[in-house]
Design a protein around this ligand. Structure first.
Ligand SMILES: [Zn+2]
Ligand SMILES: [Zn+2]
Length: 392
């Protein structure tokens, strides 16, 4: 099969599969499962893959599923990854396939990603030897807490066979349907978390001079932390330091002994990321000391900066242009300060995350978010073409 022949075949097979895969998406949407509890989802994925005659591995890093579509022998292997988990949100759409689970919803479109990757399997198995190598499909649990990728990498999903490149897709509201974005460089932020424990001296609310009030100290620390982004780091380098939780005290008339600040740190630069804990420690300890209190910082690195490889991003765009037209293939995406644990794969092998246009739907993580049916076949055909391009 010549290139043009194989691309036409991908297009025809995608059209033939589209209706069934849209139905798979609706089914997954009705049955959302939170991180590391994707048991039904993993069963549905494995059943579809086995029905295609594929060898399937399950239970990887919890509920992960993998399979490899073997084409021409001795060819390279590339990987495609979909995430499977839902969010703790109660759905507020009026969709006929609305979530049936109170307090859980596929509001990040991972049901769409999973269905698309099942569709990719269904199309690629029809290519046989015309596929110039092998394509490993990775269905990952627990992207939302940015911990599933860690489990899967530790389980060795990128080896045996060795993966040469990896691509993932994420639905992107606001990007028109039929458009994609594959921008090289840092595209998603690192995400770390911290807890600052402030210890003062508790006492009577009416006699504050006999106490060291950790709540007043905490208020000063929250304000002082804003100076990391505005005064300690170059204005040209994006950094977010957000205190998202402030807990202390239980009574109207008691000044507590301790206060707890929790929050998140985001950057787009690995070197800058490494400097932030020291800033946090200095500001917290110094501010607390000024009021006679003490501060203890606990800092947890969670997810690195997601850096799209320039070569893989270019290959995605080359694969997309004949399908979508040059005007719909973007390379000027604005980085997001959101995080994506796909970054952990990209620390190990070259790869890129492409944004798939979802058009005018509600934002990600919104209770009215909807992954439109029309994006499903676009995602399938595109990922098949991208895999082909990377194998060539
Ligand atoms: Zn999300
Ligand atoms: Zn997501």
């Amino acid at each position: 099969m010549k290139d043009e022949g194989i691309e036409r075949r991908i297009q025809q097979e995608t059209r033939a599969q589209a209706k069934q895969i849209v139905a798979v998406h609706h089914d997954l949407h009705r049955h959302p499962e939170l991180a590391f509890h994707e048991d039904r989802t993993a069963r549905v994925v494995a059943a579809h893959l086995r029905a295609l005659g594929l060898d399937v591995r399950t239970g990887i890093g919890g509920t992960g599923v993998t399979t490899t579509i073997v084409g021409r022998a001795n060819g390279p292997t590339v990987a495609l990854r979909a995430d499977m988990d839902a969010l703790p949100i109660t759905e507020q759409t009026a969709l006929p396939y609305c979530s049936t689970v109170p307090g859980a919803m596929h509001a990040c479109g991972h049901d769409g990603h999973t269905a698309i990757l099942i569709g990719v399997a269904a199309v690629l198995v029809t290519l046989g030897e015309a596929l110039p190598g092998s394509v490993k499909l990775i269905f990952q649990p627990a992207e939302e807490p940015v911990s599933g990728a860690q489990e899967l990498c530790a389980a060795g999903v990128l080896s045996s066979p060795e993966v040469k490149a990896i691509v993932a897709l994420h639905g992107w509201p606001g990007l028109p349907l039929g458009a994609i974005d594959a921008t090289p460089g840092p595209q998603m932020a690192s995400a770390d978390t911290f807890t600052i424990t402030l210890t003062g001296r508790g006492g009577h609310g009416a006699m504050p001079h006999l106490t060291v009030d950790p709540i007043v100290v905490g208020a000063q620390v929250v304000s002082a932390l804003q100076c990391i982004a505005s005064r300690a780091v170059s204005p040209l380098a994006p950094v977010v330091v957000s205190v998202t939780s402030f807990q202390a005290g239980e009574a109207y008339n008691v000044i507590p002994e301790e206060a707890y600040l929790r929050g998140t740190v985001r950057t787009l630069d690995p070197a800058l990321r490494a400097t932030i804990p020291e800033h946090l420690r200095r500001v917290a300890e110094g501010t607390a000391a000024a009021y006679g209190a003490t501060a203890a910082l606990e800092y947890r690195e969670s997810c690195p900066v997601m850096v799209n490889d320039a070569g893989v991003a270019a290959a995605i765009r080359e694969a997309a242009v004949p399908m979508l037209g040059a005007a719909n293939v973007r390379d000027d995406g604005e980085p997001s300060m959101g995080a994506e644990d796909f970054s952990l794969y990209l620390e190990r092998v070259p790869g890129a995350l492409l944004r798939l246009g979802l058009g005018d739907t509600a934002p990600l993580h919104n209770p009215r978010f909807d992954f439109p049916d029309a994006a499903i076949p676009i995602g399938i055909e595109l990922l098949c073409r991208v895999a082909l391009r990377l194998l060539q």
